[in-house]
Design a protein around this ligand. Structure first.
Ligand code: NAD
Ligand code: ZN
Length: 254
C-alpha cells in the first residue's frame, strides 16, 4: 500500500516541476482489462508476442499473426479508460502534464481526453494494406477473416502498430527524445522498461537532470538505479490519489 506521505511527495514534485512527462506501458491498461506482455493471464501467455507480433510473421504468414491480433483487437475494442487514464487527462487539463509517451497501442489515452500523446508503437485503430497501402479504420474491416484482406487488391492488412523487427517512426522517436530531454519530472507508469528504445527515455530524462518517479506494483531494471523512487501500486489507484492531491495543493495555492 502506497502511503499518503509518498503520494504527497510526488504531488509536490508535480507542483514544483516546470515540465512533467509521463512514459506509459502496458500496465497502464491492465485495469481496463487489457493484459500486459509479461503479466499473468490473458492472451500473452498463449502466444509469444516476439513470434506472433514479428513483422516477418505478418508478411509471410499473415493468418498466423492475425490469430493474436484478432484477440488483441477484441480486447481493445471492449476496453474503456480506467481511473489512471482519467487522472492523466485531468493533469493535462490542469496544465501540469506536458505530454504522454505511450508504448500502448490501445488508444485509451486519447479516449480519456489527453491531447498530447506520442504513440511510440503506433495504434490498432487503423490498418494498412501491405500490398497497395490503402488505409482503413479497424472497425470497417472484418477481423474474423483469416487474415483480413484489402477489398481493392486482396493484400493482407497490417495494423498501424509497430511490430517486432520494425523501426520506431522517426517523428515519434524524435519527439519522445525531445520531451524526455526537456522535462524536469518523468512519471514512468506500468512499464517493465525492457522494450527498447522506449526504455531509454527515463535514462535520457535522468541524465538531463529530471526526477524520475515510477508507478508500478513491481520493481523494474530502473528501480534503484535510474528512478529516484517507486510508488508500488497500480496505475489506477496511485495516479488517482496523486492527481487528487495535486488539486488539493493547487486549491491551497501552493
Ligand atoms: P510489459 O508487459 O513488459 O510490462 C508491464 C508492466 O506493468 C510490468 O512492469 C508490471 O509490473 C506493470 N503492471 C502490471 N499491472 C499494473 C497496474 N495495474 N498498474 C501499473 N503497472 C502495472 O509492458 P511494456 O513495458 O509496456 O512493454 C510491452 C510492449 O507490449 C509495449 O511495447 C506495448 O506496445 C505492447 N503492449 C501493449 C498493450 C496495450 O496497448 N495495452 C498491451 C500489451 C502489450
Ligand atoms: Zn490493397
Amino acid at each position: 500500500m502506497v502511503t499518503d506521505q509518498e503520494i504527497k511527495k510526488s504531488a509536490s514534485s508535480i507542483i514544483r516541476a516546470k515540465k512533467v512527462v509521463a512514459l506509459c506501458g502496458a500496465g497502464m491498461s491492465v485495469e481496463s482489462g487489457i493484459a500486459s506482455f509479461r503479466g499473468r493471464g490473458g492472451l500473452w501467455e498463449k502466444y509469444n508476442p516476439e513470434e506472433y507480433g514479428h513483422i516477418a510473421t505478418l508478411q509471410n504468414k499473415p493468418e498466423k499473426a492475425w490469430i493474436m491480433l484478432r484477440e488483441m483487437s477484441r480486447e481493445i475494442m471492449k476496453a474503456k479508460p480506467n481511473r489512471g487514464h482519467l487522472a492523466l487527462a485531468e493533469l493535462e487539463m490542469l496544465g501540469r502534464l506536458s505530454s504522454i509517451i505511450t508504448q500502448n497501442v490501445d488508444g485509451l489515452h486519447h479516449v480519456a481526453g489527453n491531447k498530447n500523446v506520442i504513440e511510440f508503437h503506433g495504434n490498432m485503430q487503423s490498418v494498412v494494406c501491405m500490398k497497395c497501402g490503402d488505409r482503413q479504420p479497424s472497425i470497417e474491416i472484418n477481423i474474423d477473416d483469416s487474415p483480413p484482406r484489402c477489398k481493392k487488391c486482396n493484400g493482407a492488412f497490417k495494423p498501424d502498430a509497430v511490430f517486432f523487427g520494425e523501426a520506431i517512426p522517426s517523428d515519434a522517436l524524435n519527439h519522445s527524445h525531445f520531451e524526455s530531454k526537456t522535462c524536469d519530472l518523468m512519471l514512468v507508469v506500468g512499464t517493465s522498461a525492457l522494450v527498447y528504445p522506449a526504455a531509454t527515455m527515463p535514462e535520457i530524462a535522468s541524465s538531463a537532470g529530471a526526477e524520475v518517479v515510477e508507478i508500478n506494483p513491481e520493481a523494474t531494471p530502473l528501480t534503484g538505479s535510474v528512478s529516484d523512487y517507486i510508488l508500488r501500486g497500480t496505475a489506477g489507484e496511485v495516479l488517482s490519489r496523486v492527481v487528487s492531491r495535486v488539486k488539493d495543493l493547487l486549491a491551497a495555492g501552493r
